[in-house]
Design a protein around this ligand. Structure first.
Ligand SMILES: NC(=O)c1ccc[n+]([C@@H]2O[C@H](COP(=O)([O-])OP(=O)(O)OC[C@H]3O[C@@H](n4cnc5c(N)ncnc54)[C@H](OP(=O)(O)O)[C@@H]3O)[C@@H](O)[C@H]2O)c1
Length: 249
């Protein structure tokens, strides 16, 4: 059984992995045998994160198309292959609808959706010759459940779930699977404002059947499964990891 989930010999890039969910997923991939490359913009936090799990630090901004493409190409040149891409870098912006600025909407879409599309495309080009690839997009329960103030985020994540399906439909025959993980409420820096809001935390605890915020490590099993041979026939799936939030009223 452990062979089925082993990632020995696999080379994985995780974007947005200096902290939070990206770091937790990178750690889980490394612990299961993958050679891991972690990405983010801030080099100090990224180096420390990489060192702590024996990964390579690869700083770049995923919204820079040329640099992102060169970074992917560089991995293949240094490591010989790219097997797994975790499209995870993401940002949040909260405002009442009538106060949203166009630039803020575009900025969230650029990181959370457009960059994911380009990374998927450019990674798939590098995976095609090997007839093997695993692309896993970090979606969200907010792709299907609306919430006030986070308009660009909800639009981007809904788009990313859709992109997961269209790419899966096309790439499956080439040995490349494209799936998404949809986390519920995880205690990370992205949610600092919400975690510090006592009323909101009470709401999360009452609203989520699990009765609490999730910890980032709780995504590890999902990402290892989708990246492994165990998920060879799982394609275009959105794996929800939300403590039951999205199936309950
Ligand atoms: N936390 C949750 O409850 C939750 C729920 C559902 C979905 N998600 C999704 O999970 C993903 C990770 O969220 P998180 O909570 O772990 O957030 P986080 O703690 O804020 O971490 C975000 C990571 O992305 C990096 N990043 C941001 N912009 C980037 C860019 N342009 N290029 C490269 N790296 C960039 C950050 O580092 P730098 O700032 O140094 O670049 C950091 O490493 C996001 O896609 C988010 O939407 C989170």
């Amino acid at each position: 059984m452990s062979e089925l989930f082993s990632l020995n010999g696999r080379v994985a890039l995780v974007t947005g992995a200096s902290r939070g969910l990206g770091f937790a997923m990178a750690k889980a991939l490394a612990e299961n045998g993958a050679t891991v490359i972690v990405n983010a913009r801030g080099m100090n936090a990224l180096s420390a994160a990489a060192d702590s799990i024996g990964a390579e630090a690869l700083p770049f901004d995923v919204t820079d198309a040329a640099i992102s493409r060169a970074a992917l190409q560089g991995i293949v040149e240094r490591r010989g292959r790219l097997d797994i891409l975790i499209n995870n870098a993401g940002i949040q912006h909260r405002r009442p609808l009538v106060e949203w600025e166009d630039e803020d909407f575009d900025r969230v879409i650029a990181v959370n959706l457009s960059a994911c599309f380009r990374m998927m495309r450019d990674a798939a080009r590098l995976m095609l010759p090997n007839k093997f690839g695993r692309i896993i997009n970090t979606g969200s329960v907010a792709a299907v459940l609306g919430r006030p103030t986070i308009h660009a985020y909800v639009a981007a994540k809904a788009g990313l779930h859709g992109l997961t399906r269209s790419a899966a439909a096309e790439m499956g025959r080439h040995g490349i699977t494209i799936n998404a993980i949809a986390p519920g409420y995880f205690a990370t820096e992205l949610n600092t404002a919400l975690i510090n809001d006592e009323a909101f935390t009470k709401w999360v605890e009452a609203r989520t059947p699990a009765g609490r915020w999730a910890q980032p490590e709780e995504l590890g099993g999902a990402v290892v499964f989708l990246a492994s041979n165990a998920a060879a026939y799982v394609n275009g799936h959105v794996l929800t990891v939300d403590g039951g939030l999205s199936v309950s009223l």
